[in-house]
Design a protein. Structure first.
Length: 421
C-alpha cells in the first residue's frame, strides 16, 4: 500500500480530522489509520469489522486506531488483529505523531490508558470532503456537559476553544484560497469562548469573523446546544443573525427530544418551551431561516405519549432538517442503566420522525419557490442555498465552486428545480 489509507467513522468533526491526519501521515506506506466513533454501538461495530477486514485482506498492513472509541477503551482496540498502535485524540493531529518511525514499537498499541485531553485543538482549517467551495473550520473541542446518554466527553475531554485571532487568520486563509463558505465546527461550538480571557461568546466570534473577513460570502454553524444560544445567554448571537446577511439563515439545534420529562432524564439544559421560543424568535428575525435538529428516538423510559410530544413538536415548529438516531446504549453512561425501550419501538419511532422531517423539509422548500436564492454550486448542476436547500439547475451542468442567484420553480424528488434568476 503506497501512502496511508484513512478510514473514518462518525461525525463531521471526525471527517475534518481525518483529512488533517491524511495530510500528516500520507508518507506512511503500508499503513491504515482507522478514525473511530463512540456515539453509537453501530459505529463502533462498523469500525471493528473494518479492522478485521483490513487485516484479512492485507496481513502485512500496519493498522493504527484513533478517535473517540479508541480514546475511551484503548486496550480493547489494541487487542484486535493487525492493530499495531493506538493514537489518542489529543495526539492524532500533531505532526510529530505521524513522523516516520514514531510509535512503531509493540508497546505503542498496548497502552491501557491514553494521555489526558487538555490542549486546545490546533487552529488548522480543513476543506470539506467533495467540496470546492465550502470549508470546515474547527473552533472548539470537547464538552463540559453531562448528558446521560453521551460518552463523548470521555473521548474528547473538556471544552477548549481556539482563540479568536487564530480562527480569523485561518478564515482569511480559506477565503484567499477560494472558499466562499466557512462552517464553524467542533464538539460543542455554542460553548466557544468560556475558557478564553473575558469569556467571549459564540456571537462575538461570528461577528469578529464577518468583520475581519469581508470577502467571506457565507458563514454557517454546525450543531448548536439550544441552552447556550437563548437570547439571555448570547444576545450578540441574535444581533448577528438579525443584522448580518452573510450569516447563513440556517440553525441546526442539538434538541434530542421535545418532552420535558425525557429532556430532564437526558440531563439536557433546555426545556420544550425554551426550544419553541428560540425557533419562533429565529423566524421573527430571519423569516427565511431553515431550522434543523438532532433527535434521539426511543430514549430509555420514553412512553408513547412522550414520543408523540417530540413528533408533534417537529410538525408544530416546522423543523425542516432532522438527524434522527434510534437510542444506542453506551456502557458507562447513566442512561444505559435506565429501563430500556424495545429496539423495534426505537426504530419505528425513528421512522415516524424521519417521515415527519421529510414532510417539513418539502413544505419549507416549496415556500422558497419563486424566490431568488444565493446558491453555492457543489456538484455538477447542484448546489445549496443559504437556507441549506438543495437545488438543481435546469439545462447545462454548472461546475463546482460557482456562486449563482437561482430561482426555484418546482420541487421534484427531494430537490428544488431552479433556473438562473
Amino acid at each position: 500500500m503506497s501512502g496511508a489509507e484513512v478510514l473514518t467513522f462518525g461525525c463531521r468533526l471526525n471527517l475534518h480530522e481525518s483529512d488533517r491526519i491524511a495530510a500528516l501521515a500520507g508518507h506512511l506506506d503500508d499503513t491504515a489509520i482507522v478514525n473511530t466513533c463512540a456515539v453509537t454501538a453501530a459505529a463502533e461495530r462498523q469500525a471493528r469489522q473494518a479492522i478485521r477486514k483490513l487485516h484479512r485482506a492485507s496481513p502485512a498492513t500496519r493498522i493504527v486506531v484513533t478517535g473517540c472509541a479508541a480514546q475511551i477503551a484503548p486496550a480493547r482496540w489494541a487487542a484486535l488483529p493487525g492493530v499495531a498502535r493506538i493514537v489518542g485524540n489529543g495526539e492524532k493531529l500533531r505532526p510529530e505523531t505521524w513522523a516516520a518511525g514514531e510509535g512503531t514499537g509493540e508497546t505503542a498499541g498496548k497502552r491501557a490508558a491514553l494521555p489526558a485531553l487538555t490542549d486546545a485543538p490546533p487552529a488548522t482549517p480543513v476543506v470539506e470532503h467533495g467540496s470546492h467551495i465550502r470549508a470546515l473550520l474547527q473552533v472548539q473541542q470537547g464538552c463540559d456537559h453531562g448528558c446521560t446518554f453521551c460518552i463523548i466527553p470521555q473521548g474528547r475531554g473538556p471544552s477548549r476553544s481556539v482563540p479568536v485571532e487564530a480562527v480569523i487568520a485561518n478564515a482569511q486563509s480559506l477565503v484567499a484560497a477560494g472558499h466562499a463558505e466557512i462552517v464553524l465546527t467542533g464538539v460543542d461550538i455554542a460553548s466557544w469562548g468560556h475558557d478564553l480571557p473575558g469569556r467571549p461568546r459564540l456571537g462575538t466570534l461570528c461577528r469578529s469573523i464577518l468583520d475581519a473577513v469581508p470577502g467571506l460570502a457565507r458563514l454557517r454553524l454546525s450543531s448548536l446546544d439550544p441552552a447556550a444560544i437563548l437570547p439571555e445567554s448570547d444576545p450578540d448571537f441574535w444581533a448577528v443573525l438579525a443584522g448580518e446577511s452573510r450569516f447563513a439563515p440556517h440553525l441546526h439545534l442539538s434538541l434530542q427530544a421535545a418532552s420535558d420529562l425525557v429532556l430532564k432524564r437526558m440531563k439536557r439544559r433546555h426545556s420544550r418551551a425554551q426550544a419553541g421560543e428560540l425557533i419562533a424568535r429565529a423566524r421573527a428575525v430571519r423569516p427565511d431561516i431553515g431550522i434543523g435538529a438532532d433527535l434521539i428516538a426511543g430514549f430509555p423510559t420514553e412512553t408513547d405519549e412522550q414520543a408523540a410530544e417530540t413528533l408533534d413538536f417537529v410538525r408544530a415548529y416546522r423543523i425542516a432538517y432532522l438527524h434522527v438516531f434510534p437510542y444506542s446504549e453506551r456502557p458507562g453512561t447513566p442512561a444505559a442503566r435506565m429501563p430500556s425501550v424495545p429496539n423495534a419501538l426505537r426504530r419505528s419511532r425513528a421512522a415516524a420522525l424521519r417521515e415527519a422531517g421529510e414532510e417539513m423539509r418539502d413544505a419549507f422548500w416549496r415556500g422558497l419557490i419563486g424566490r431568488d436564492l444565493d446558491v453555492l454550486m457543489e456538484g455538477e448542476g447542484t448546489g445549496r442555498s443559504a437556507q441549506f436547500a438543495l437545488l438543481r439547475v435546469r439545462g447545462a451542468p454548472v461546475r463546482r465552486g460557482v456562486r449563482l442567484t437561482l430561482r426555484p420553480i418546482a420541487l421534484d424528488g427531494g430537490v428544488l428545480l431552479a433556473e438562473t434568476a
